[in-house]
Structures are given as structure tokens and as C-alpha cells.
Write a protein that binds this ligand. Structure first.
Ligand code: FAD
Ligand code: EPU
Length: 347
């Protein structure tokens, strides 16, 4: 059967500044917007993926573009939210990869489907959410993830991945490891709960918020509102100041390393990370190393959150990258801890 396949238009020499939340100026030699998954098959049949190794872009909120890009950029803009299967207590929701993540969260809260309200206001698209198993306020994508569909550029096939096959971890998945650059996610399906909901409010900032506001039995809408308020107070709005959220992951260390640092810095915050290991907030380490709110040239760290690198205007990708490396070297020198970038560096 030969179904009609539309071709995405190819734009040349596109400025990527509006397409990355760090606001870095860089030019893409070619830029294609994918609005339906069949367009990927169309490109495959023309030999596009044999000739090119494209950069896949969603909302550009977790990338650092270091230089102009000679390879084409494919911006994934596949729309659509659909209820696949509704039962008495749960529902399967399918979303196109190009849907804005926060729009999906709002849709679910409006329909009283629970499970992703703690992930409100995370920028970017649904299709990128599995790449690093997005997480915030005590919840990760994996907690409600059912499956995803992806296009495989090497073979032209469409493949479904179960939760197990995605190998999710803290800010991690198979798509950042053995399948890095090998799949283009086109759809994601989540399994959400209908009322009565299980509320996750154990994260310290949420507990504090509900205590201060006298909320004893929060609904999913209360959690959604609280997360939005907390995030707006802590994190810079990329529309006002360029940033990509946490630049580094929080390091997870052996208990003995934690105890050594804790002996000197009794106020150091920490979280149990399973297997006897401890997660130390990178923001605290960076602040202790003297970088919080500090500006160097066009780059700096955010005044309320040292883990967020900001572009004060006109910073190049290379400048931001160098600044990040300087921060990580000084944390290594002071604490002996290596910071791994969370942001995907593209060059
Ligand atoms: P992009 O930045 O466009 O891409 C990220 C990576 O995914 C790239 O490697 C890209 O190639 C790949 N990719 C994108 N789409 C696809 C696709 N369809 N198929 C295959 N690969 C793809 N993250 C959290 O986990 N928790 C937070 O609390 C959080 N807070 C943030 C706050 C701010 C202010 C900002 C700016 C960022 C924050 N982030 C957070 C990071 C970011 O929002 C997430 O990583 C988000 O999932 C990135 O989505 P995106 O569409 O912008 O992806
Ligand atoms: N802290 C400092 N100084 C700072 C920043 C933080 O001392 O400059 C301390 C805080 O006081 C707190 C601890 O570090 O005791 C944790 O801070 P916060 O609650 O702000 O969370 P985080 O660990 O810095 C992580 C995620 C965020 C996510 C929040 C909420 C990572 C790398 N970051 O930040 O995700 O929104 O928790 O769950 O895991 C992102 O991934 O881009 C992101 C923003």
C-alpha cells in the first residue's frame, strides 16, 4: 500500500535563538518542522537519513548549542492528545511528541486525571520527556509512563518501547545511552489515575508550602497550583532570562564520601538515593564554591538557584560551556565531586 506522504518544507540558514531557551545565537544550515510522523518515513524513502545525521529538537529547553550546525535540525511538532482507554479507576492518555508538556499536565488536571501534577511547568515537549525521564517535586515521568512510539531512522521502522525497555533512571534513559541519537519519539502514552487520587506531597518544598497555606488534604489541582507557585519563585522564566533549568545533575555519592563532607559542612542538605547512596544538591555545592548569582562576561548562575546557568544576553554556546566547565572544576577542587551535565551539548 502506498499512502500519500507529505514532505516537510526545508528552511535554510535558520537562526536557532528562538528555538533554544538559553537563547544562544547559532545558525542551522537546514531546518525541518515535522508535524506528522509519516513525514519521517517520507524523508527515509528519499535517503535523507543515509545522507544526514540530524539534530532532533523539541522545545530546546535542555540543550546547549555550542556552534553553528551543518547537520539539519528536525523540530518535532507532532500534535494531539487522545484518551485511549478509560476504566473505572485509570485512563491511558496518548500524546503527540510535539505537544507542550505543561499543556498535557493542564489537560490532565482539568479532566481530573492524576499522576503528573507534580511535573507542572516543566518546559519542553512530551516527546523529550522520556529522554531524561523528567522529574520534579517527588515524581518522575516513569511513575506514570506506559509506552512510547518511535521512528527508527536507520531502518525506517516504527517501534514501540515499554517502560522496561526505556531503562529509566534519575535524569536518564536508554535514549541517552545505547540508543542515543537512534530514535525519534513520535508519541507517548501515560497511565493516569482517576479519583480518588494518590497525592505525592513528600518533597520538602511542597510540604512547607501546604503547611504555610494551611492545606491539609491537597487535591491534584492544589498540588498543580503549589508546584507552579514554587517553581515561579525559584526558577528564572526563559522568556525573560535565557536558561536551560538545572545545568548539572545532582551527584549521587557513596555514603562514606557524604559523611566526609558532612563532617565539615553540617548544614549540607542531602537526600537518600537508594542502595545506601546519597544525593547531594549540586546547587548547594556550586553556591559553596562561590558561584551563586555571580556574573562573568555574558554568563552567570541564577541569583535564587546556583544550579541554573543563565545567559545575561549575547552569550555564545562556547562561552556558556566554558563557564560550566569552570564551575565544575572548582566544585571538583573544593569537594572532590565530579558534576555531570544534565543539559545535552550539541555541536
Ligand atoms: P529539547 O531541549 O529540545 O531536547 C532535549 C534532548 O532530547 C535533546 O537531546 C534532543 O535531541 C532530544 N529530543 C527532543 N525531542 C525528541 C524526540 N521527539 N525524539 C528523540 N529525541 C528528542 N527537567 C526536569 O526533568 N525537571 C525539571 O524540573 C525541569 N525544570 C526546568 C526548568 C526550566 C526553567 C528549564 C528551562 C528546563 C527545565 N528542565 C527540567 C529541563 C527540560 O525542560 C526537560 O529536559 C524537557 O524534557 C526538555 O524538553 P524539550 O522539548 O525542550 O527538549
Ligand atoms: N540549594 C542551595 N543553593 C542553591 C540551590 C539549591 O543550597 O543555589 C539547596 C536548597 O536549599 C535545597 C536543595 O539544594 O536544600 C535542593 O534544591 P531544590 O529543591 O531547588 O532542588 P534541586 O535539587 O536544585 C532538583 C531538580 C530540578 C527540580 C527540583 C524540584 C535536578 C538536577 N534538578 O533541583 O529539576 O525542578 O529538584 O524537584 O535534579 C531540571 O532538571 O532542569 C530541574 C530544574
Amino acid at each position: 500500500m502506498n499512502t500519500s506522504i507529505s514532505k516537510p518544507p526545508i528552511q535554510k540558514n535558520v537562526n536557532l535563538a528562538p528555538f533554544n531557551t538559553l537563547g544562544v545565537e547559532a545558525t542551522a544550515a537546514q531546518f525541518l518542522t515535522i508535524s506528522e510522523s509519516s513525514q519521517l518515513l517520507g524523508l527515509f524513502r528519499e535517503g535523507f537519513f543515509k545522507k544526514n545525521d540530524p539534530v532532533i529538537l523539541g522545545g530546546g529547553s535542555n540543550v546547549l548549542i555550542k556552534s553553528d550546525l551543518n547537520q539539519p535540525v528536525l523540530k518535532i511538532s507532532i500534535p494531539g492528545i487522545e484518551v485511549l482507554n478509560e476504566k473505572e479507576d485509570e485512563v491511558l492518555i496518548n500524546s503527540g511528541a510535539g505537544v507542550i508538556w505543561h499543556d498535557l499536565v493542564s489537560y490532565c488536571v482539568d479532566h481530573d486525571f492524576g499522576g503528573i501534577e507534580n511535573l507542572a511547568l516543566i518546559p519542553g515537549t512530551v516527546g523529550a520527556a522520556p529522554i531524561q525521564n523528567i522529574g520534579a517535586y517527588g515524581v518522575e515521568l516513569k511513575d506514570t509512563f506506559h509506552s512510547l512510539k518511535a521512528f527508527i531512522p536507520a531502518t525506517g521502522e516504527q517501534k514501540e518501547f515499554s517502560k522496561k525497555e526505556c531503562e529509566f533512571g534519575y535524569r536518564d534513559s536508554i535514549f541517552k545511552n545505547s540508543l542515543k541519537g537512534e530514535v525519534i519519539i513520535t508519541e507517548v502514552t501515560l497511565r493516569l489515575q482517576k479519583s480518588p487520587h494518590q497525592i505525592e506531597d513528600s518533597y520538602y518544598a511542597l510540604r512547607e508550602y501546604f503547611q504555610t497555606n494551611g492545606v491539609t488534604e491537597p487535591s491534584i489541582k492544589d498540588v498543580f497550583d503549589a508546584v507552579v507557585t514554587i517553581r515561579e519563585s525559584k526558577l528564572p522564566n526563559p522568556e525573560l532570562i535565557g536558561n536551560a533549568g538545572s545545568f548539572f545533575k545532582n551527584p549521587i555519592v557513596e555514603r562514606s564520601i557524604y559523611q566526609k563532607i558532612k563532617a565539615e559542612y553540617s548544614e549540607m542538605p542531602s537526600f537518600e538515593a537508594g542502595d545506601g547512596k546519597i544525593k547531594i544538591p549540586a546547587g548547594w555545592l556550586i553556591e559553596q564554591a562561590g558561584w551563586k548569582g555571580k556574573k562573568v562576561g555574558n554568563v552567570g548562575t541564577y541569583k535564587n538557584q546556583a544550579l541554573v546557568l543563565v545567559n545575561h544576553g549575547g552569550a555564545t554556546g562556547e562561552e556558556i560551556y566554558q563557564h560550566a566547565m569552570n564551575i565544575s572544576e572548582s566544585v571538583k577542587e573544593k569537594f572532590g565531586i565530579e558534576l555531570a551535565p544534565e543539559v545535552n551539548v550539541i555541536s
